[in-house]
Design a protein around this ligand. Structure first.
Ligand SMILES: Cc1cc2nc3c(=O)[nH]c(=O)nc-3n(C[C@H](O)[C@H](O)[C@H](O)COP(=O)(O)OP(=O)(O)OC[C@H]3O[C@@H](n4cnc5c(N)ncnc54)[C@H](O)[C@@H]3O)c2cc1C
Length: 541
């Protein structure tokens, strides 16, 4: 390996919310910090996901940094901003925090090796550069490794074919085009409702029906924005740390069985009509993810609403089947505005892959099991991500025992507190496996974890420790906490991302801690207060 061209206190990988948070705060503590980012600009997922209709499913001001320096002079135009506005927001973040000067763009980190003589990581990038850093923080997000199913002939297609998270930065004209969308997760839903009305033909290939809730989008005018800053913002940033999902709301403190059928109906009607959003699960009766009967009732309430919006009986049953595809909330709920009505358009059709799977892609289109070949100009792969661990394991990181992170986590994704893993000293990760991650609001989880990591690093530096790593037994204990957090819960979806089941061959086990932000935060800080319980900390002789 070439000698390092740069020596740092901290190297972060990724310039989304997490990398920016770490860079700004660690730099403020006086450490030398750099961020390496594979993309050509900041924003993380909001740089990569510029597909038609891409927007958040968390509301603002919950989905943003809590730092007043940033929010004081920033106003959103919508409750759920789209990717363009989020990109402008990140430019504003840069203006306020001056982060860009310490980010190296177009630099993909490819491998890392622990150098025990100096207690440092040697990190190599695609361009061949090598840097050494005492601390190595993976801010690669849970959605940075895309997943493309192994569809025979995909490379033969002569039209345009793009994964939603690798959408051309210059955009793609879909007006009057024949478009196929494979996948109906959150991104698929957004593409369908955006593209359906303007495509010549849109065919949607669905594996699992999406129990999508109404977004109830609202615009925010300047006056409302000013008022919210005075009356709401500070409260929201404190409140979001007290809620299970890191949002501004929490489960309703009553079990569904303690309400009458009439009360429940009005509760759901009210929520459906006025609030919408993931609140239908996240602010629902507190047993909604625990009680099958309560969950089924919510499903059938949702189904009745969808049936009112879809005209064709065939499509009604495919989009909202009588038998729930999985419990409501077993997957992160998606939000929609006009998804279901889109299927009433004469140019839009749906192929149910459970009845009629894709056989292959031809040079002109997609061939299904029924022998029909549909021709397309564009294929959109809304096929999701190797979430949580994939962004980390795609970097060839070698542990102190010579085993790579990929090999270690192929057996089982073990972490301690969802921030470190045994045999990888001084290596932290944020918004990855073993933490609240995908079941929580991104910026909340990132700030909670970032603060913990920064405190840990400062304590190490102040006390002269040069190496910290979790003990294997602590990792086992954390794995139990993760399983416990899911036990009794309705998380059993056949293609669940939370269980790693959307990726063939990935071990099916809980990928995240679902016990909620407050309990997670408390457990993490307790380890520090107990003298870094479960960790070994040493200093170079
Ligand atoms: C379309 C979409 C919508 C979403 N909506 C929501 C939502 O409504 N609410 C919510 O809470 N979360 C949402 N998420 C999840 C989202 O991941 C988080 O909200 C948040 O962006 C995580 O920030 P991050 O900094 O951890 O990671 P990211 O934003 O994913 O940033 C990671 C960065 O790391 C870079 N990177 C990865 N690997 C390397 C490497 N080897 N070398 C160099 N750079 C690398 C990537 O290029 C990327 O820029 C959404 C995700 C997607 C894809």
């Amino acid at each position: 390996m070439a000698p390092p061209q740069l020596t740092l206190d901290v190297l972060c990988v990724g310039a989304g919310f997490a990398g920016i948070f770490e860079l700004y705060h660690l730099r403020s503590l006086g450490y030398s910090v750099k961020v390496f980012e594979a993309a050509e600009d900041i924003g993380g997922v909001w740089w990569h996901n510029c597909y038609p209709g891409a927007r958040v499913d968390s509301i603002v001001p919950v989905y943003e940094f809590s730092d007043e320096k940033v929010w004081a002079e920033w106003s959103w135009s919508e409750k759920y901003p789209d990717w363009k506005e989020l990109r402008r927001y990140f430019q504003h973040v840069d203006e306020k925090l001056d982060i860009r000067k310490d980010i190296v763009f177009n630099r993909r980190v490819t491998s890392a090796k622990w150098y025990a003589d100096e207690d440092k990581w040697l990190v190599t990038s695609q361009d061949g550069s090598v840097v050494s850093a005492r601390f190595f923080i993976l801010c690669v997000g849970n959605n940075s490794k895309i997943y493309i199913p192994d569809i025979p002939g995909l490379d033969r297609f002569r039209g345009s074919c793009h994964h939603t998270a690798r959408w051309p930065q210059a955009g793609l004209d879909l007006q009057n085009k024949r478009v196929a969308v494979i996948g109906t997760g959150a991104s698929g839903v957004q593409v369908v409702q955006d593209v359906g009305p303007r495509a010549a033909q849109l065919t949607v290939y669905q594996r699992t029906p999406n129990i999508a809730f109404p977004m109830r989008q609202k615009s925010i005018d300047e006056e409302t924005s000013k008022k919210m800053k005075v009356e709401v913002y500070n409260m929201v940033y404190r409140r979001r740390r007290q809620t299970l999902g890191g949002h501004a709301y929490d489960l309703y403190p009553k079990n569904s069985c303690d309400a009458t059928a009439e009360e429940r109906l009005l509760f759901y009607e009210d929520m459906w009509n006025t609030i919408g959003g993931i609140q239908l699960v996240a602010a629902s009766y507190k047993d909604i993810r625990l009680n099958q009967k309560a969950n089924d009732e919510l499903y059938h309430f949702w189904r009745s609403k969808v049936l009112e919006r879809v005209r064709s009986p065939r499509l009604q049953e495919t989009l909202a089947p009588q038998v729930p595809p999985h419990p409501v909330g077993a997957k992160r709920p998606s939000l929609e505005v006009s998804y279901f009505e889109t299927f009433n358009l004469p140019n839009v059709d749906l192929v149910d892959l459970t009845q009629n799977p894709i056989v292959g892609v031809t040079s002109n289109g997609i061939l299904t099991n029924d022998g029909r070949e549909r021709e397309f100009d564009v294929i959109v792969l809304a096929t999701g991500f190797d979430a949580m661990s994939g962004g980390i394991t795609q970097i060839d990181i070698e542990g102190t025992d010579g085993i790579s992170i990929f090999d270690k986590w192929t057996k089982s994704v073990r972490t301690y507190l969802g921030m470190m893993t045994a045999n990888f000293p001084n290596m932290f990760f944020i918004y990855g496996p073993g933490a609240p991650t995908a079941l929580s609001n991104g910026p909340t989880c990132i700030e909670v974890q970032g603060e913990w990591i920064n405190t840990c690093i400062k304590n190490m530096m102040d006390k002269g420790f040069t190496r910290i790593e979790p003990l294997p037994e602590a990792e086992e204990e954390w794995q139990k906490s993760i399983f416990e957090s899911m036990s009794g819960g309705l998380y059993d979806a056949p293609t669940s991302v939370f269980l790693g089941r959307n990726i063939p061959g990935k071990v099916s086990e809980p990928q995240i801690y679902v016990g909620g932000i407050p309990k997670y935060t408390e457990m993490c800080w307790k380890k520090i207060h107990n003298g870094y319980e479960g960790f070994s900390r040493t200093a170079l002789k």
